[in-house]
Design a protein around this ligand. Sequence first.
Ligand code: BTN
Length: 241
Amino acid sequence: NKIINFDKLDSTNQQAKKLALEGSKSGTVVIAEEQTAGKGRRGKMWVSPPGTGIWMSIILRPSIMPENASMLTLVAGLAVCKAVREITSLEAAIKWPNDIVVNGKKICGLLTEMNSEIDFINFVVVGIGINVNIEKFPAELDNIATSLMIEGNQSYQRKRLVKRTLEIFEDYYKKYLETEDLTKMIKEYNEHCINIGRKVTVTGRKQGITGNVKCVTNKGELIVTNQQGEDIVVTSGEVSV
Ligand code: BTN
């Protein structure tokens, strides 16, 4: 794994996409101490102060069908969740599909971006933002965001966490490539997923859904049993915990 470190970037995802277009190899990792324009989902900003978080992006060139690439977010989420549990002993959990939470608040967000043709992927960039040693969040984020330091009352070595996250990710990435889906990790994924068994509402789709989460499938979909008892297959959207 080649890791490229930067003091400051607009966004590690932006830089990774640029490097990928210039031919960087699969497995290249871009890390920045600080992001001045960290990107979140749905056009939101990702707060990325210097020296306190892990702001990184992994360049991948999987030979898979483009429609299977979004599962990489779930693969990376499982890797982050396991690494965080291992290193901090905090009860990290995956909030499908993009977040890792501790005590109900977000400590990590994932943003996967892709460059592809109809039947061919040029590259995928998996962006990972982990709030490690952030002491305080702005008031408007205080209810939804937290850091490992705030939850664990101590600071953690970012380097160790990066290393373990990448090691575990590599492991699951290989398993994912074998089947082009989550078959080989879906049991573990469901065990780490906080949504399972909970009543949720799913928004951000044509029709909202309220129901009980049954499981995540090996294709990465969320199965929600609605109030009529029907199982609804959810492939995207915002889910309340
Ligand atoms: C979200 O939860 O909205 C996704 C946040 C993703 C943030 C990470 S930080 C590293 C990488 N570079 C970016 O600009 N964004 C992702």
